[in-house]
Design a protein around this ligand. Structure first.
Ligand code: BDR
Ligand code: CA
Length: 317
C-alpha cells in the first residue's frame, strides 16, 4: 500500500476522505493532522477522532495543528459545514485524546520514519504544511508527492476567483507551491464534479455497517454542488476525490503548469493563477517564469470511475 498522511479540517467532505483512506486496501494511512479551516482546530480534532473511530480505525495517530492562518485572521465556514463543522448530523464525542505532540512534529516523525516515501494529502488550508516545510525542510527527501485539494483554474468559491483552502491562508499555499517536491493540484474544477447519485446515497444510509452509514449521512449533508442537477439526494465526495487521485492517478487528466497564488490585498487575494499559455520558451512574453516550479494541475476527472472507486472502498466489509 501507498503510505499517506492526510492533513485536514474535518469537515463533511474531509470526513468522506478519511473514510475512504481508511478503507481502501491500496493505502496505508499513517497519521492524520488537523488544522483550523471549516471550523476551529479543536472542533476539527474532535471530528477527526470520531470519524476514525466510526470508520473502525481508532489507532491512527491524530495531532492538533495550527489554530490560525500564518497572516490572515480566523474565519469560519460554519455556514457551509454546520455549527460543529460536520453538518450537525449529531456525531458522538470521541473516546480518545489526540497525540501529545503537535501536527508539525507528528508530520516530521511519520514522514521520516516511513520505509517508503510518503504521499501527503492536504484537504484543508495549508498552514500546517507550510510550517512543516519551513521548520523541517529535510522532510522533502521522504515525500513522494503532495496531492492537495485547493485552488481553481476557473471559478472560486470563497470569492469569485479564490478557492476556500487557498483563500484561508494564501501565504501557506504559496510556500507549498514552491516546496520543490512534485505537486498535484486537485482544484475546484474537478472537486465539484464527483457526485454520488441519490440511489447510492440512500443505499449507504440504510447500511448496517457504521462506516458506510456515516458516508451516506455525510453525502446527504453535502451542500449542493452545481453538478447535482435534478437528483436532490445526490452528494459530492469533495475532498475524497483528492485521495481517489492518489489511488488512481489515471482517473484525472493533469497538465504540468506554472501556478502562482495572488498574495496582494484586494479582490484577487487567494486566487491560483494557472498559466495555460503555450509553454515557456516558446515566446518572449513568458519571460521570468522559466524557473518557476510546475504543478500537475487536474483539468478533468473521470466522474464514474471515481464514484465507483469511492463506493467500492467505503462499502467494503
Ligand atoms: C474546500 O473547502 C472546504 O469547505 C472543503 O472541505 C474543501 O476542502 C473546498 O473549497
Ligand atoms: Ca477540507
Amino acid at each position: 500500500p501507498i503510505p499517506v498522511i492526510i492533513d485536514c479540517d474535518t469537515g463533511v467532505d474531509d470526513a468522506l476522505a478519511l473514510l475512504f483512506a481508511v478503507r481502501h486496501p491500496g493505502l496505508d494511512l499513517r497519521a492524520v493532522t488537523c488544522v483550523a479551516g471549516n471550523t476551529d482546530v479543536d472542533g476539527v480534532v474532535r471530528n477527526t477522532l470520531t470519524v476514525l473511530e466510526q470508520a473502525g480505525a481508532p489507532e491512527i495517530p491524530v495531532a492538533r495543528g495550527a489554530a490560525l492562518p500564518l497572516i490572515e485572521p480566523a474565519r469560519s465556514a460554519r455556514h457551509v459545514h454546520g455549527e460543529d463543522g460536520m453538518g450537525d448530523i449529531g456525531l458522538p464525542a470521541p473516546t480518545r485524546a489526540p497525540a501529545d505532540v503537535d501536527a508539525v512534529t507528528l508530520l516530521r516523525r511519520e514522514i521520516l520514519a516511513s520505509p517508503r516515501p510518503v504521499t501527503l494529502i492536504p484537504t484543508a488550508p495549508l498552514t500546517n504544511i507550510a510550517l512543516l516545510l519551513r521548520t523541517h525542510p529535510e522532510v522533502t527527501r521522504n515525500i513522494e508527492r503532495i496531492v492537495f485539494m485547493g485552488g481553481a483554474v476557473a471559478c472560486g468559491n470563497a470569492t469569485p476567483v479564490a478557492e476556500f483552502n487557498v483563500w484561508h491562508d494564501p501565504e501557506a499555499a504559496a510556500i507549498l507551491l514552491t516546496a520543490g517536491v512534485p505537486i498535484t493540484m486537485y482544484g475546484l474544477d474537478v472537486f465539484q464534479r464527483v457526485v454520488v447519485p441519490g440511489a447510492d446515497v440512500r443505499r449507504l444510509r440504510a447500511s448496517a455497517e457504521p462506516g458506510a452509514r456515516l458516508a451516506g449521512e455525510l453525502l446527504s449533508h453535502r451542500p449542493a454542488t452545481p453538478d447535482v442537477g435534478a437528483d436532490s439526494e445526490a452528494g459530492g465526495i469533495g475532498d475524497a476525490g483528492a485521495v481517489c487521485a492518489v489511488v488512481d492517478p489515471a482517473g484525472i487528466t493533469t497538465r504540468l503548469l506554472p501556478v502562482e497564488v495572488s498574495l496582494t490585498p484586494g479582490p484577487t487575494r487567494g486566487q491560483t493563477i494557472v498559466d495555460r499559455r503555450p509553454r515557456p520558451g516558446e515566446s518572449e512574453i513568458h519571460a521570468g517564469i522559466r524557473d518557476q516550479q510546475l504543478v500537475d494541475v487536474a483539468l478533468d476527472v473521470d466522474v464514474d470511475r471515481f464514484v465507483k472507486l469511492y463506493l467500492t472502498a467505503v462499502e467494503r466489509a
